[in-house]
Design a protein around this ligand. Structure first.
Ligand code: 5AD
Length: 351
């Protein structure tokens, strides 16, 4: 049994590479139940039975990048591209605000149309209209100057999954012009500028091994992100990775629990991808240590064009019914959805 290793993680908040590999490669049902129970209890100790909701606005599916796993990659010419206007984006925020959201997540491909100037103006307007709300960006890699300008305009948080901490695997997942070193540099800069920063990875993507996942955990241990995005890989039929199997749901849940135990304070969403592999995936995520859910606020008309993978959950709902379904799911397992910003709060009791 690996319970001693899980205990060690729970007390030391780090493991060696060999220990991570052993845990990830050899865990059984009992280890899983043990990790889930510890992670779930840590989450309740920290957050109670409360879930932070974040509204995502997928404001552009144009992307200059060509990630081999991703449905909105530049080379996918079968896709109808769209971008929302500033007015559209503000309307999504207004809709979200009326539903109680106090965090807006602006996510999009790396779309050159949104220059630093244009995007700074959008952020500044949201900041002015919603002074008490958090603004989270998820728009990929750019320059330190642009990150600083967005921060100065009022953005608070930034999600940029590192995707994999293994440089060789990174090169198998991305074309040569997307550089691992640059992505890591971006994450470092975001943190230095003062963003609450999120990294993360997919589980079960092609060529990923327990050794690679162990490196992801070591990276997270060193980087100490305030947020962590983890979901299963899901194939998209118009990408080079179309024929690879989806990531395993159990392994994803186990990795989520390990992340919670590693970093009890981290903001950890039960992702849409997790809700896509199984209808109750996000409920299982919460019971495994997640404390955030991110309902979609994008206009109904563009939802089917923002598909990073096939069969994405929620594309047949409008914002209101998606929010209601997720709220009901959380209530069913005894959780309340909270209308507050839900900023990262380090635990000052412990060292
Ligand atoms: N399956 C699961 N997750 C994906 N992402 C992109 N493509 C896929 C896919 N096919 C994730 C990446 C990215 C985030 C926005 O979505 O990790 O960082």
């Amino acid at each position: 049994s690996n319970q001693a290793l899980i205990d060690l993680l729970n007390t030391q908040h780090e493991l060696t590479q060999a220990q991570w590999v052993q845990l990830i490669a050899t865990f059984d049902r009992e280890d899983m139940a043990y990790a889930t129970a510890i992670a779930h209890q840590l989450t309740i100790d920290k957050f109670g039975k409360n879930i932070f909701f974040r509204g995502i606005v997928e404001f552009t599916n144009y992307c200059r990048n060509d990630c081999r796993y991703c449905g909105i990659r530049h080379s996918n010419h079968q896709l109808q591209r769209y971008r929302l206007s500033k007015e559209d984006i503000l309307a999504c925020c207004a809709d979200g605000y009326a539903h109680g959201f106090r965090t807006f997540v602006l996510q999009g491909g790396e779309d050159p149309y949104f220059t630093t100037e244009r995007f700074t103006d959008i952020i500044a307007t949201i900041r002015q209209q919603y002074p008490e709300c958090a603004i989270t960006l998820s728009i990929g890699e750019t320059t330190r100057e642009a990150y600083q300008a967005f921060f100065d305009a009022g953005a608070n948080r930034y999600l940029l999954r590192h995707e994999t901490a293994d440089p060789r695997l990174y090169r198998r997942w991305h074309p040569p012009r997307q550089r691992f070193e640059h992505r890591m540099k971006c994450l470092q800069e975001l943190k230095e500028i003062g963003y609450q920063t999120g990294c993360g990875f997919m589980v079960g993507a092609p060529f990923q091994t327990p050794e690679v996942l162990a490196e992801d955990m070591a990276y997270i241990t060193a980087f100490k992100p305030e947020m962590l995005g983890i979901g299963p890989f899901l194939p998209h039929s118009q990408t080079p990775f179309r024929d690879y199997p989806a990531g395993n749901e159990t392994l994803t849940l186990f990795m989520l629990s390990l992340c919670r135990i590693l970093q009890p304070d981290v903001l950890l969403p039960a992702t849409t991808a997790l809700g896509t592999v199984q209808g109750n995936g996000r409920q299982l995520g919460v019971l495994a240590g997640c404390n955030v859910v991110m309902p979609n606020l994008s206009p109904f008309s563009v939802r089917k064009q923002y598909l990073l993978y096939d069969n994405k959950a929620g594309i047949k709902d409008d914002a209101a019914s998606g929010i209601k379904k997720l709220t009901d799911q959380m209530n069913q397992i005894g959780y309340n959805v909270i209308s507050s910003r839900g900023d990262y709060q380090p635990n000052t009791e412990k060292k």
